[in-house]
Design a protein around this ligand. Structure first.
Ligand SMILES: O=P(O)(O)OC[C@H]1O[C@H](O[C@H]2O[C@H](CO)[C@@H](O)[C@H](O)[C@H]2O)[C@H](O)[C@@H](O)[C@@H]1O
Length: 379
C-alpha cells in the first residue's frame, strides 16, 4: 500500500447526490451477491473559488434538514409522505434490526468483528462537538459487544478524545479517520506495514501504534493555529485539532457566512499542497494527502488482529458519515461483512443495511450480545 504523501491540489470527493430513480430498486442484502453501486464522482477541480469548485454546494448538502432532502428527490412531497420516501429507500438499505436473523445466518461459524464510528453513530449529532456524549445505555451496549467480539471505534476525532468520550478500555481505538490506530501486541509478522511502533496505553500496557501520517503532525498543528486565527471573527466557527487532521465546524455559523468560512479555509489550504479537504456533517476536514482512510484502517486492523480470512470472519461496520463510506466500500468490494448506514433520511451509500438513529444502533448491539449469550449457553 502506497503511504507516500502525494503532492497536488486538494481534491474534493463528494458523494453522488441522491438519485430519485434509484429509489425502490431492490438489491439482495447478501454481501456476496449484491451488485456494486459505483457512485459517480466529481472530477478533480482546481481550487480557485469556493463557489465554482463545489465547496459551497457540498457544505449546503452536508447534513441537510429533512425538508431539503425531500426537495432533492426532485418532487414536491408533503412532509407526511417523507416516511413513504424513507420506506422505499429502505428497500435498498433494509433495516439491520428487521434483517437481524439474516445477518446471523451469515455469521454462523464465523467470528464477528465490530467497527463503530462515534459521532452520529454512538452519540447523536449535537451543536457543540464538546458535548457529544454517549448515553449510559449506549456505553453499556458497546461494552457488551466488546466483551464478545473484537470491537474498534474508528473516528474522525483524535484517538485520545474519542477514547475519553467512550470511556471503555475493553476495545480498540482508531482516531483521525484511522490515521492513529492503537492495537494490542501480538504476532505482527503477517502485517505488511512497517510503520507501527511499540507504545504503552493509558494503563501502562504495551501496545502497537500505527500512525501513517506521523510526518504531518507539525504541519497540521500549524494549519490548526492558522485556521483558529483566520476564523476567530466568525461567530459560531470552531476549529478542532485532531493531531493528524483538523476540522472547521460551521454548524453554528450563520448560513450567510458559510462562503466566508469556505474561502478562508481554501485560502489557507492553497499554501499546503500536501493537505486536502473533505466534507463531514457541517464540518470541513483538513487532512494529509495520503492513501489512507477509514476503509484502509479497517483492512489494516483486520490484518493486524489476525482476522483477515473472510471465510472465518464477518466484519460489521456501523457509521453515519461520508468518511464511513470508505469503510462501507471496502466491505462491499471485498464481498465481506456488512456496512450499516445510520441515517434517518434517504441517502446514497455503499452500505448494505441501515439503522435509523443511535437508539437503533444500541438496540442492534444489544441484540448481538443476546444472540451470542444464547449461542454460548448451548451445549
Ligand atoms: O468520524 P466521527 O466519529 O463521526 O467524527 C466526525 C466528526 O465528528 C464531530 O463532528 C460532528 O459531530 C458534532 C457533535 O455531534 C457536530 O456538532 C458536528 O457538526 C459534526 O460534524 C467532530 O467534532 C469532528 O471533529 C469529527 O471530524
Amino acid at each position: 500500500m502506497d503511504l507516500k504523501p502525494k503532492t497536488g491540489s486538494p481534491v474534493l470527493t463528494d458523494p453522488a447526490p441522491i438519485n430519485k430513480s434509484r429509489l425502490g430498486i431492490h438489491s439482495s442484502m447478501l454481501p456476496c451477491s449484491q451488485s456494486i453501486l459505483t457512485a459517480p464522482r466529481k472530477k478533480p477541480i482546481k481550487l480557485d473559488d469556493v463557489r465554482s469548485n463545489g465547496w459551497l454546494d457540498a457544505m449546503h448538502s452536508s447534513s441537510p434538514p429533512r425538508k431539503k432532502i425531500v426537495k432533492d428527490f426532485g418532487v414536491e412531497i408533503a412532509s407526511d409522505d417523507t416516511d413513504v420516501v424513507y420506506n422505499s429507500w429502505m428497500v435498498k438499505y433494509p433495516s439491520a434490526l428487521t434483517t437481524f436473523e439474516h445477518i446471523l445466518s451469515h455469521a454462523k461459524d464465523k467470528k464477528i468483528v465490530i467497527f463503530l464510528d462515534y459521532d452520529g453513530t454512538l452519540s447523536p449529532i449535537v451543536d457543540d462537538p464538546d458535548r457529544a456524549f454517549m448515553s449510559a445505555d449506549m456505553r453499556a451496549a458497546v461494552k457488551g459487544v466488546a466483551e464478545y467480539f473484537p470491537t474498534t471505534i474508528i473516528s474522525g476525532r483524535s484517538r485520545d478524545k474519542v477514547h475519553e468520550l467512550v470511556g471503555l478500555t475493553e476495545l480498540y481505538y482508531a482516531g483521525s479517520h484511522g490515521m492513529d490506530i492503537m492495537f494490542p501486541l501480538q504476532d505482527t509478522s503477517s502485517v505488511h506495514h512497517s510503520s507501527y511502533v511499540r507504545s504503552t496505553d493509558k494503563q501502562g500496557k504495551e501496545v502497537n501504534l500505527f500512525q501513517p501520517a506521523r510526518e504531518f503532525i507539525s504541519m497540521i498543528d500549524e494549519v490548526f493555529r492558522t485556521l483558529v486565527d483566520v476564523t476567530k471573527d466568525i461567530p459560531g466557527a470552531k476549529v478542532e485539532n485532531h493531531k493528524f487532521c483538523t476540522s472547521v465546524h460551521y454548524r453554528n455559523v450563520d448560513e450567510k457566512s458559510w462562503r466566508t468560512v469556505a474561502q478562508l479555509v481554501h485560502d489557507v489550504l492553497k499554501h499546503y499542497p500536501r493537505l486536502r479537504l473533505t466534507h463531514g456533517r457541517k464540518v470541513l476536514e483538513v487532512r494529509p494527502v495520503i492513501d489512507w482512510d477509514k476503509g484502509k484502517a479497517v483492512e489494516f486492523l483486520l490484518e493486524s488482529l489476525g482476522l483477515s480470512n473472510s471465510d472465518e470472519v464477518l466484519p460489521i461496520y456501523i457509521g453515519d458519515d461520508r468518511t464511513d463510506e470508505d469503510a462501507f466500500k471496502v466491505l462491499r468490494e471485498g464481498n465481506r461483512g456488512y456496512g450499516i448506514l445510520v441515517s434517518s433520511i434517504p441517502k446514497e451509500s455503499k452500505a448494505f443495511l441501515s439503522l435509523r438513529d443511535t437508539l437503533e444502533v444500541a438496540e442492534f448491539l444489544k441484540n448481538l450480545v443476546k444472540w451470542k449469550e444464547q449461542v454460548d449457553k448451548k451445549p
